[in-house]
Ligand binder design. Sequence first.
Ligand code: HEC
Length: 150
Amino acid sequence: MNSFKIMVVAIIISILGVSISYARHHNERAWVSRDGLMHLISDQRAILRDIAEKGNSAEDAAEFIRAANALSAMFAMIPSVFANDDLPDISRAKPEIWSDWDNFVATANAQSVVAASLAITAATSGLDAAKSRVEEIDCGSCHDPYRTED
Ligand code: HEC
């Protein structure tokens, strides 16, 4: 190979390198949003469980309502952060999310409705009535069909 050809090949390789690393960066950024949302969901659910176990003051009731409403909004955000099916290897998302998209969205929305109804129950019937319903939030309804095993 003469030096001109070597230079052309080197340029092509470096352009490919830049676009591959851009794609990887892009994928990982989308995944960070998904993973971040899931961890926020997990934190808010932990607050509900904690109050269900030992909360009884008016502040606990107000915090319960806030966390349930936050959870409802975050469940409703799930489809938007999964809209792009470009994922890095680290992702546990199954391809069924995109092949079965309408059902995936319905599963996220169903959990959003459960969380909203917990907030309504706490606000209208009191904290005790809502406490017994915290386990109605069902993360497995989505993880079982749409997330790979550990
Ligand atoms: C509508 C679907 C859906 C619902 C509802 C849902 N998750 Fe997830 N969750 C996923 C998917 C899919 C992943 C894997 C995402 C990835 O790695 O790209 C995930 C990942 C996670 C992760 C990241 C770490 C890991 O193990 O992969 C945590 C933490 C998590 N979910 C917690 C929860 C909790 C807690 C709930 C319920 C309060 C919940 N999720 C409800 C779909 C859902």
